[in-house]
Design a protein around this ligand. Structure first.
Ligand code: GLC
Ligand code: CA
Length: 554
């Protein structure tokens, strides 16, 4: 594998609206991020992915962009952005922006011009169809509920939006649109970005000509996947984008890729792939249901292990996965992957290490390093996220009571991850001096950065040790490039694997509250990391305490 500058890095995702508010308006902002760079540097972070902070009506919290060349005033100014780039550069850090080009906002000037003249240049930037008396052009259901078609204001046409109606899809079949996208990417790379996280990208290729598919719910609509499965040739767009942009800057790109076919993986992230890396969502999608969130199954430790190993085996030496336990679209990883009632510093550290030591690029989502947990929502009115509001309705339509529906969607709500970052035990977790845009998780007096920075045994300091281990010159080669082989794969509630390079490491996690024994393949040289102070051992048999995790050098 050709070595790349980003292989040995550690990445951190910031959701700007909820990270740190510098001016008391209740909304996180870029100056707030700048003021926390030392915190991130102290943790050991190199690459920062910013969720969108472009000009936007924030209908989908910034994933609906109305100007790709501007910063939304709520987040700051272009000068702030330039200062952030300069300050990160000083610290040898890199900024990734979010590239949201499957769709723009209905408030983007392209869309306004398309409304004025649907048959003109900008009409062809979107997917427009004549409005019909007898129904919609197709029966596809949008990701956020309801049909994907909406009237194009002031015209006799309708436009396609696979996400929210305020997110009209861009027509990638049109070379003029593609040129605009490349121009924008290069403009930002010229400003000094390290690269991009690429949003919702599998949606850019549509199966043409459009047609309806078998309905899969009582609403008579079908999941958008039915169409995407038939869409071939996305590689032409992605390869062109790579060649016209990222490649010329040696930029890092990580794709939000779902449902890729195994034979396509080399094209996506192999040598000269479309992207540098792509996220592993195998654990995330486990248990999801066609019917909706209310019908989704929780994941067990054994399934979590299986999902991780499946992805690792699938990728092998082809390229680099980006590993996550959560992001801004998911509930908190500790609340999801640790059995209910068992969240504690030990189990959080175990999960952290099991994920962090996988082969690939580790991404930490803001607050993950503190072990931030899901929110105890008490009313649907506390929820801002459009996805959750739709899933709540889906649950009600399926016959759940409002209480049951709230409980069901609370488990998966994207707002679990979007509550303000918990900096301290001051009011509003020290996130803002004003009123936070989204309620702070009430557990902030006990879970916050200030406490954890002082406590050598905190979850945060454990993350810091994990990061330091990845960067330790003695182990770096093995942790970054070493092969991953599962160990004691079938032992219940135990997750263990080797990383073999110039050193041999064994990672062992007792994924349950009760102690359990595990037999080592051979004696070890030293313990590199342990989430307890001791390790009980009798010859080659370890007795691991509840959620005990050790990283051993054999
Ligand atoms: C991606 C983003 C998500 C957004 C969607 C539409 O999945 O991560 O937050 O809602 O795309 O842009
Ligand atoms: Ca602010």
């Amino acid at each position: 594998m050709t070595k790349k500058w980003w292989h040995d890095k550690v990445a951190y995702q910031i959701y700007p609206k909820s990270f740190y508010d510098s001016n008391g308006d209740g909304i996180g902002d870029i100056p707030g991020i700048i003021s926390k760079l030392d915190y991130l540097q102290d943790l050991g972070v190199d690459i920062i992915w910013l969720s969108p902070c472009y000009r936007s009506p924030l209908a989908d919290e910034g994933y609906d962009i109305s100007d790709y060349y501007d910063i939304d005033p709520r987040f700051g100014t272009m000068a702030d952005m330039e200062q952030l780039l300069a300050e990160t550069k000083k610290r040898n850090m890199y900024i990734l922006m979010d590239l949201v080009v499957n769709h723009c906002s209905d408030e983007h000037e392209w869309f306004k011009k398309a409304c004025e003249d649907p048959n003109g240049k900008y009409g062809n930037f979107f997917y427009l169809r004549d409005k019909k008396e007898d129904g919609l052009p197709t029966n596809w259901r949008s990701y956020f509920g309801g049909p994907v078609w909406e009237d194009l204001p002031g015209t006799d046409k309708q436009y396609l939006h696979v996400f929210h109606k305020k997110q009209p899809d861009l027509n990638w079949e049109n070379p003029e649109l593609r040129e605009e996208v490349y121009k924008n990417i290069n403009w930002w790379l010229d400003k000094g970005l390290g690269g991009f996280r690429i949003d919702a990208i599998i949606n850019i290729k549509k199966a043409l000509p459009f047609r309806s598919y078998e309905p899969d719910r009582a609403d008579g609509l079908c999941n958008i996947q039915a169409m995407l499965k038939e869409a071939h040739g996305i590689g032409e767009f992605l390869g062109e984008m790579r060649d016209r942009t990222f490649k010329n800057y040696d930029a890092f790109s990580v794709g939000e890729v779902f449902n890729e076919k195994p034979e396509e993986i080399p094209d996506f992230i192999g040598e000269n792939g479309y992207f540098s890396s792509m996220f592993d969502f195998n654990e995330t999608i486990f248990g999801s249901s066609e019917k909706g969130w209310y019908d989704a199954k929780p994941i067990t430790p054994d399934n979590y292990k299986r999902c991780c190993f499946e992805s690792q085996a699938k990728i092998g030496d082809i390229g680099f996965l980006s590993n996550i336990i959560e992001n801004h679209d998911e509930p908190r990883g500790v609340s999801r992957y640790i059995p209910e009632g068992d969240c504690c510093p030990q189990s959080k550290k175990m999960l952290a290490a099991l994920n962090f030591m996988l082969k690939g690029l580790p991404f930490i989502y803001q607050g993950q390093e503190l072990g931030m947990e899901n929110v105890p929502f008490t009313s649907i009115d506390e929820i801002d996220d459009i996805n959750t509001l739709d899933e709540y309705q889906v649950a009600l339509d399926a016959g759940l009571t409002p209480e049951e529906a709230l409980k069901a969607v609370s488990r998966f709500s994207r707002d679990n991850a979007r509550t303000p970052m918990q900096w301290s035990n001051e009011p509003n977790a020290g996130f803002t001096t004003g009123t936070p845009w989204l309620k702070v998780n009430p557990n902030y007096p006990s879970i916050n950065a200030a406490n954890q920075q002082e406590d050598p045994d905190s979850v945060r300091n454990f993350y810091k040790k994990l990061i330091a281990l990845r960067k330790n010159p003695d182990y770096k080669e093995t942790i970054v490039y070493g092969a991953l082989t599962p160990y004691l794969k079938d032992q219940h509630n135990l997750m263990s694997y080797y990383r073999k390079g110039d050193k041999t490491l064994l990672i062992i996690g007792n994924y349950q509250k009760a102690p359990q024994t595990a037999v080592l393949p051979s004696d070890y040289k030293q313990i590199l990391l342990n989430n307890y102070t001791d390790l009980t051992q009798d010859n080659l048999t370890l007795t691991l305490l509840g959620y005990q995790l050790v990283i051993l050098e054999l």
